[in-house]
Design a binder for this molecule. Structure first.
Ligand code: PMV
Length: 312
């Protein structure tokens, strides 16, 4: 019996969400300690799906999994075995709908598991294009930053429709990610930014904010490479103000951002689509990062994660 496995991991956007949809660069990093593993195991009969959220026949996958169902159908056709009997097992540590790239990571691990199963080499371009089949259904018109980062080992400098660039950061800062517990609304947030950009009553406002976020992203890259932690913090706070002005903030996000800044953070901002989901803070060292995580939990964060930026 044939078997294939595939891996991917969570991601977090450091800066440039939303402005990336409108042509500006963004920086995202892989969160390798939040992995997804997918196993594709040949079976005697049925096409079976196993995960924490749903276990059963592929034909009965709930609507939430439409993107995955279509992706698997396309992969089976691509390898000319539409009737293959299998068990597809998804083991994920990534919280869903929190801006951590859960759907793109699961899709990436599935594509890799299929290529491993069929003993076929998989290049990056094919991987991203195939993951996009799922992301288009789950997210509408994604910039592609999620798919690019959940399969990357290094920080990503992402410009929509341009070749992907990796860059090594040289910073000793720590990240503290805080989950608001409020489901993020990426699609709605992307649309409300689009509406602001074409609002005749506020001419130029949206575009100015997008351009400024682009400038801040360029400055953040320099600060990350030169280990200018204080500057980085200031840049992140400015980005948070721009994102709030774009209309994608949420009161709980802002409460956690303020809590982080009052408890020793160098800076803090929402991450991903916004209107809920996660925020993160940058800390000088691990001890401060722990202190911020404790304060975030006391102020309503349902979960926190620490990530050293050192080894990226
Ligand atoms: O909510 P997430 O983590 O999927 O990030 C969305 C990032 C946006 O820039 C808002 C949208 C996109 O497709 O890039």
């Amino acid at each position: 019996m044939r078997v294939g496995t595939g891996h991917a991991h969570a991601k977090i956007i450091l800066i440039g969400e939303h402005s990336v949809v409108h042509g500006q660069p963004a920086i995202a990093i892989p969160l390798r300690h939040l992995p997804v593993t997918v196993t594709l195991q040949e079976a005697i009969s049925d096409q079976h799906f196993v995960s924490d959220v749903f276990t059963g026949s592929m034909a009965e996958l709930p609507g939430l999994f439409d993107g995955i169902r279509v992706l698997v159908e396309r992969l089976l056709r691509r390898f000319s075995e539409p009737e293959l009997a299998f068990t597809l097992t998804v083991a994920s540590n990534i919280p869903e709908e929190r801006g951590m790239g859960s759907s793109a990571a699961v899709a990436t691990a599935i594509v890799r598991a299929f290529y491993d199963f069929f003993d076929t080499a998989l290049d990056q371009q094919t991987l991203l294009a195939t993951v996009n089949i799922e992301e288009m259904i789950t997210h509408g018109a994604p910039s592609g930053i999620d798919a690019a980062t959940v399969s990357a080992d290094q920080p990503v400098w992402f410009v929509k429709d341009a070749p992907l660039t990796h860059f090594a950061m040289h910073t000793h800062a720590w990240l503290v990610v805080g989950d608001t517990g409020v489901t993020g609304q990426t699609g709605m947030a992307v649309n409300s930014v689009k509406e602001l950009l074409s609002d005749p009553d506020q001419p130029g406002i949206g575009q100015q904010l997008i351009n400024h976020l682009g400038t801040l992203t360029q400055a953040a890259a320099v600060a990350l490479q030169r280990d200018q932690r204080k500057q980085l913090g200031t840049i992140l706070n400015q980005a948070q103000a721009d994102l709030a002005a774009l209309g994608v903030n949420h009161p709980v996000l802002q409460r956690l951002v303020d809590t982080a800044n009052q408890n020793g953070a160098l800076g803090a901002k929402l991450t991903g689509g916004g209107l809920g989901g996660c925020m993160f803070a940058v800390a000088e060292d691990e001890q401060t990062a722990n202190q911020i995580a404790t304060a975030l939990k006391q102020h309503g964060a349902v979960a926190t994660w620490l990530e050293p930026l050192t080894d990226l």
